[in-house]
Ligand binder design. Sequence first.
Ligand code: C2E
Ligand code: MG
Ligand code: MG
Ligand code: MG
Length: 289
Amino acid sequence: QAKISGRNKYHLFDAQRDQEVRTHHNQRVRISEALYNNEFVLYFQPKVDMRRGLVIGMEALLRWDHPERGILSPMEFLPLIEQTDLIIEVGEWVMRKSLAYLQEWIAAGHQWVISVNIAARHFQCHDFLEKLSEILSAFPQLPSQSLEIEILESAAIQDIQYVHEVMLAAQQLGVRFALDDFGTGYSSLSYLKRLPANTLKIDQSFIRDMLDDQDDLALIGAIIGLARAFKREVIAEGVETTEHGVALMRLGCDLAQGFGIARPMPANQVLAWAQGYLAPTAWRSVVVN
Ligand code: C2E
Ligand code: MG
Ligand code: MG
Ligand code: MG
């Protein structure tokens, strides 16, 4: 009796698992169609130097403009393809498209850096450098250091020796690196020392509560100190209010990104936004503690 129901259960589970695999497969097929049908779009979120009230660059953030479901966030479809090589095609598309937009913005007089998010699987792919160099050479007019690659701190420490080598080689091509969601990836100081990343990007979870949570404030201070010790740039993400910005500047971090500055916006709004941007006057006179 028990045996039979046990077996039935197993079959049931099997069938469910089967269904799941099929569904995921179909979803992946749909996502690859989206890429070829041009349903992917990039939104851009500014990065600013709060003290100088200056826009320093834009981060490209992927969206799927789904014909029935509207604009979808990356969390709704990226996890499904991060386990497949499709993420590589998407990443290459993001880089090409971003550099093309940057070219327009530079032509309009903005000296910006464009940041793109690259998945670990893509970064670790054997011909990553070759493709990167090919993509960059399609934009010979762009100044060196125009492209910044954001990789998750947690991804960068997976195979530190390899990542170290790829970073150095890419930097030879004029590419900058930022460690995204920094502070959540458990990297040790010795890892940080071995990663030649230009920038540490403090994770937004620390920023969110920094005004009420002394521990988060201390942690942010420690990351900023770390950045200074290792001669890296530091930027905060998730800056939602002027006060967050003030607190960050007091700790010695002048670079920021967040809803308090601007939400991610479609490419065709970027120039008008930049034209009208005025940093809060409170940011001009903040004294470092
Ligand atoms: P991320 O790179 O850490 O990007 C920051 C995320 O926080 C973005 O969400 C952004 O819209 C959101 N954000 C920015 N400022 C604020 C703020 O002040 N408050 C709050 N609550 N959120 C803020 P988004 O666009 O949904 O992207 C989520 C993640 O998806 C990104 O995290 C990144 O890891 C990944 N992603 C986005 N675009 C790409 C892409 O083209 N390729 C890859 N591989 N991953 C991407
Ligand atoms: Mg990012
Ligand atoms: Mg982040
Ligand atoms: Mg993130």
